[in-house]
Write a protein that binds this ligand. Structure first.
Ligand code: HEC
Ligand code: HEC
Ligand code: HEC
Ligand code: HEC
Ligand code: HEC
Ligand code: HEC
Ligand code: HEC
Ligand code: HEC
Length: 330
């Protein structure tokens, strides 16, 4: 069972109120020929043609033990649905599901999906982004989940009652949760107005979306003489996660990893100090004297949003000397 982790979903008091029309075994998410950016779920619908008792899931050649879905308690809570946490490999993945009745294989479904683990990797042609919130896919969930919440329900801050939390709660299990996401205000950024049949889209313009609430910061950024490349392009999401993160300031990765992701050339080079010793200035792993409680990082010397000079020195410093004085008084 290396590639699959059984989800610890708790069977709630939900009842199956409606059953979809007769259908066969189907891999709902991630569907065949789609791209996903997370290895968060594998959602399979057993169907009732015939009603399956067990499934075996194979991901890239690694097969699971048979998973029993025939128990009465299981059926009452989840119907014919099986939700697992997969471990996809970066890139193309081959998923095969076999359905069993009385120990005999009676159904089979397959999907090839592309796991775009690193946002910089190119997606091969033939793969389209997965979209869950289309009428066709949502129809498979309506029996147990509220798929058409109204404005009042959307304002519900209690995760136990919020209509999005029933499926997306896990996304917020991180150390730092972004204000509006933690307050379950999904509609602050996701449109309730479907666009070309797809619900919950977000404005593609980061600066406008984020600036809606972070006006002060954006005004501060704009006052810089030099803007950092991505900020100049109106982008925030390459560095910030809008929902939750294990790093402070909602960063998608540790500061230095984040910066080196785009500035590969700095890695392993002598940086900031070219003294007689030829030693590089430390770039991490020491306390930052200018910011008590924080570790030294690229952001100790460079402002990630902008600065007064090309090198984006912190505190609007215009020279190397001015920068050094931020931490080294003499
Ligand atoms: C037969 C009832 C039933 C149907 C139909 C159903 N679900 Fe669920 N689902 C549940 C129950 C019960 C839970 C657990 C709820 C809880 O813990 O609050 C759940 C939880 C989930 C979770 C959260 C899992 C976790 O632990 O993170 C996801 C994701 C999910 N469902 C997706 C779907 C999708 C997508 C569909 C439609 C394709 C769907 N469900 C249809 C009953 C159902
Ligand atoms: C029945 C479970 C379920 C419910 C309820 C649900 N979602 Fe989803 N949603 C999913 C699954 C499964 C995916 C695909 C996996 C992922 O991206 O985590 C998804 C994907 C998304 C996406 C990515 C685009 C897409 O269509 O795939 C957005 C945005 C989203 N959901 C927003 C919301 C919001 C906002 C709510 C509340 C109004 C909500 N969802 C309620 C299951 C659900
Ligand atoms: C501050 C704005 C903001 C808030 C609040 C927000 N989202 Fe999002 N969400 C986004 C943006 C922007 C994207 C697109 C991310 C990308 O393209 O990298 C996104 C993408 C998603 C996705 C698909 C990609 C992913 O990261 O899994 C899901 C699912 C999702 N949001 C669900 C939710 C739910 C559920 C809530 C409420 C608990 C919520 N969002 C609140 C801005 C927000
Ligand atoms: C609906 C309003 C709203 C939107 C839209 C919004 N934010 Fe926030 N953001 C908040 C709130 C509230 C906080 C928490 C209060 C605080 O620390 O300022 C916060 C905190 C943050 C923080 C942490 C601040 C700190 O000092 O650590 C960052 C970073 C951030 N937001 C970035 C973004 C980005 C990037 C976007 C666009 C994807 C965005 N926000 C969109 C309301 C919003
Ligand atoms: C190149 C990466 C990068 C981009 C792009 C970026 N940020 Fe940041 N941001 C950071 C880093 C790194 C920090 C934490 C700095 C630190 O450690 O002091 C931060 C901190 C923040 C903070 C909290 C501290 C503060 O300065 O108020 C907010 C709010 C914020 N960013 C908003 C945004 C918004 C809005 C955008 C888009 C206009 C954006 N950021 C674009 C990397 C980035
Ligand atoms: C998403 C990619 C991306 C990330 C992440 C990123 N940068 Fe940049 N950075 C750029 C681009 C694009 C430019 C402008 C083009 C250039 O000069 O290379 C730039 C320019 C710079 C410059 C000015 C370079 C010069 O020639 O003087 C500095 C300094 C800098 N970045 C530091 C950082 C730091 C520190 C971080 C982490 C907080 C970071 N960058 C994260 C893309 C990125
Ligand atoms: C102790 C302060 C300090 C730290 C920490 C620091 N830098 Fe620099 N950085 C400088 C100085 C000073 C310059 C200007 C060098 C020059 O002009 O000779 C510079 C220049 C740069 C430049 C533009 C010129 C070039 O060499 O390409 C980039 C990009 C850059 N730094 C990225 C980073 C990244 C990424 C990190 C973290 C891994 C980092 N810096 C950490 C002080 C620092
Ligand atoms: C953000 C704070 C910060 C800035 C700005 C900064 N330094 Fe440092 N510097 C440090 C820290 C932290 C150390 C490690 C001190 C320790 O280990 O006790 C250090 C160590 C040094 C050392 C000793 C190197 C070694 O191997 O231990 C020299 C030399 C030095 N810095 C020169 C500079 C110069 C020159 C500048 C300006 C270009 C500069 N620093 C800017 C924080 C900074």
């Amino acid at each position: 069972m290396k590639k699959l982790i059984w989800m610890s979903v708790l069977a709630g008091s939900l009842l199956v109120t409606s059953l979809a029309a007769a259908a066969g075994l189907e891999i709902v998410y991630p569907a065949d020929k789609t791209v996903v950016t997370k290895s968060n779920y594998l959602i399979i619908k057993g169907g009732d043609k015939p009603q399956l008792e067990a499934m075996v899931i194979t991901i890239n050649g690694v097969a699971s033990d048979p998973i029993d879905i025939s128990g009465a308690d299981y059926r009452a809570a989840f119907g014919d649905l099986l939700i697992l946490q997969p471990e996809f490999d970066a890139g193309k993945n081959q998923v095969e599901v076999k359905g069993y009745v009385a120990g005999k294989q009676v159904a089979r479904a397959t999907a090839v999906l592309f796991y775009q683990k690193d946002p910089m990797t190119a997606v091969p042609s033939g793969f389209v982004p997965f979209r869950m919130h289309t009428a066709e896919r949502e129809a498979k969930c309506v029996g147990c989940h509220n798929m058409n919440p109204d404005k009042v329900e959307m304002r519900q801050t209690d995760p136990a009652k919020n209509p999005c939390a029933s499926c997306h709660r896990r996304m917020l299990n991180r150390k730092y949760v972004h204000g509006p996401a933690g307050a379950m205000q999904c509609a602050a950024c996701h449109s309730m107005q479907p666009k070309n049949g797809v619900k919950y889209t977000v404005s593609s313009d980061d600066a406008a979306l984020c600036g809606g609430c972070h006006r002060q910061q954006e005004d501060r950024f704009a006052r810089n003489k030099k803007l950092h490349g991505p900020v100049d392009a109106g982008l925030c999401l390459p560095c910030h996660d809008p929902h939750a993160s294990d790093q402070p300031a909602q960063l998608v990765a540790k500061v230095n990893d984040l910066c080196l992701g785009c500035h590969e050339a700095i890695r392993g080079q002598v940086h900031a100090v070219q003294g007689l010793t030829g030693n590089s200035h430390p770039l991490e792993g020491r306390p930052d004297p200018s910011r008590p409680g924080r570790e030294l990082s690229c952001a100790g010397c460079h402002d990630p949003h902008g600065g007064a000079v090309e090198q984006l020195f912190v505190q609007q410093k215009t020279s190397r000397f001015g920068l050094c004085a931020v931490c080294h008084q003499k």
